[in-house]
Ligand binder design. Structure first.
Ligand code: PLP
Length: 420
């Protein structure tokens, strides 16, 4: 236990953790069931192209969400790209800047202009009042992002989309297993997408899905994800290769058997953080609506520098020195990343809440890879650093600041390792 700020690693103390603690370590289901299924797959000699595990996985997801159609895909980004194309979006599409950059890239990749919209600072999701201001004659659709698994104001967005005849897609990459007004995310808008990347609480190694109640749209998506093949030798559509493979599907089926455990661990971790961080002036943990289903996969703090004295970035540096690799999602906002910042250098003028929030947020490690002892230690560092914010800041001034890697999503390149 560190007693004073002299003990902090940033001031020369020994780091609290020998091994780095990452945000987004993968959760794993039962290994023996995984190996059984791998053996099955090898015996069948069926690795891809709508195999039995992919079909079973699609049924499981559709049943869980209560939606007619699930199309399993190779990742969440391709799911976005295919959904955007199948919905025939073009011209301009409105989305929040406060999202992972894939949401914007999936549009730009198809030469559709992403129009960044501000957020509601209370929910971190797209602000319906701002959406209306961004609509032009070129607008064809809206992408709502259910950030941290907390639903957007879906009703208000649906109303705007209907009034202006816009297509509505939800990026629910964070929202698997979460609900809005008692209905599972996945069933809203024209379609929704999920990501099953290992940094998400539920993974298929890499993977994603589009879910929809629109059978005709689903049929089109099934053609698109398989080169447009409608039976042997018969191509009826322009397509790509977006298929989920059998290994991913069987990993997903195995993880499904443990999904309740993942969620309960996340929920317990959330409660531990809440308890430990309560009453620290200037530090607030985002809230999840306990009336709704929730996966609790993100531990997101908002740092109010006026009260902590310490800035968010200083706190990130202090934690990094302790081997706690806290992240600044979604800093600096898509509109400040290339190519968008060159295309729209003044986009920030319309995004005051996004600009403020990206300077306040910090994500901490959770999931099955983190123990409650570790959470206590992490919170103690935060408490200690903030307890005398003036002194900590003063001593940090002129000190080397650890810049996070320029590749803001570089954790994606980490080796995916088993937790003990
Ligand atoms: C992770 C994520 C994606 C991309 O999913 P991949 O499976 O990594 O391609 C898209 N949108 C958001 C909001 C995400 O967090």
């Amino acid at each position: 236990m560190k007693k004073s700020i002299d003990d902090l690693a940033i001031f020369g103390g020994s780091p609290s953790f020998q091994e780095p603690l990452h945000v987004g370590r993968p959760n794993f289901g039962d290994r023996s069931r995984l190996f059984e299924r791998i053996n099955d797959m090898l015996d069948r000699k069926w690795l891809s192209n709508n195999g039995p595990y992919v079909q079973e996985f699609e049924r499981r997801v559709a049943d869980m969400i209560g939606v007619k159609q699930c199309i399993a895909l190779c990742n969440g980004t391709i799911a976005l790209e295919i959904a955007i194309r199948a919905l025939e979006l073009k011209g301009e599409v409105i989305l929040p800047s406060f999202t992972f950059v894939a949401t914007a890239h999936a549009l730009q990749w198809q030469e559709i202009t992403p129009v960044f919209c501000d957020i509601d600072p209370n929910t971190h999701t797209i602000d319906p009042a701002c959406i209306e201001k961004m609509i032009t004659p070129r607008t064809t659709g809206i992408i709502g992002v259910n950030v941290w698994g907390r639903p957007c104001d879906i009703e208000a967005i649906e109303k705007i989309a209907a009034e202006h005849h816009l297509k509505l897609l939800f990026d629910s990459a964070h929202g698997f297993g979460c609900s809005a007004k008692g209905k599972m995310l996945g069933g809203f808008g024209n379609a929704e997408i999920f990501s099953f990347h290992p940094t998400k609480f539920f993974n298929t190694s890499e993977g994603g899905a589009i879910v929809t109640n629109d059978d005709a749209l689903a049929k089109k998506i099934r053609l698109m994800k398989n080169f447009g093949f409608s039976g042997y030798d018969n191509v009826v559509y322009v397509g790509t290769n977006g298929k989920m493979n059998e290994f991913s599907a069987l990993t997903g089926l195995t993880n499904f058997e443990s999904i309740d455990r993942f969620i309960s661990v996340n929920s317990m971790n959330y409660d531990s953080y809440r308890c430990e961080l309560n009453h620290i002036p200037g530090i607030s943990l985002i809230q999840y609506d306990k009336q709704e289903k929730c996966n609790f996969q993100y531990i997101v703090l908002e740092i109010d520098e006026a009260n902590t004295v310490l800035s968010r970035d200083q706190l990130v540096d202090i934690l990094c020195a302790e081997n706690i690799l806290a992240r600044r999602y979604f800093y600096p906002g898509c509109h400040k990343m290339e190519p968008y910042r060159s295309y729209f250098p003044h986009a920030g003028l319309m995004l005051p809440e996004t600009e403020k929030l990206t300077k306040r947020v910090l994500s901490l490690p959770t999931g099955t890879a983190v123990s409650s002892d570790e959470i206590q230690k992490i919170c103690q560092i935060i408490r200690l650093s903030v307890s005398d914010g003036y002194e900590t800041t003063k001593r940090m001034q002129g000190k080397f600041i650890v810049e996070p890697p320029s590749d803001a999503h570089s954790f994606k390149n980490l080796p995916i390792m088993a937790s003990a």
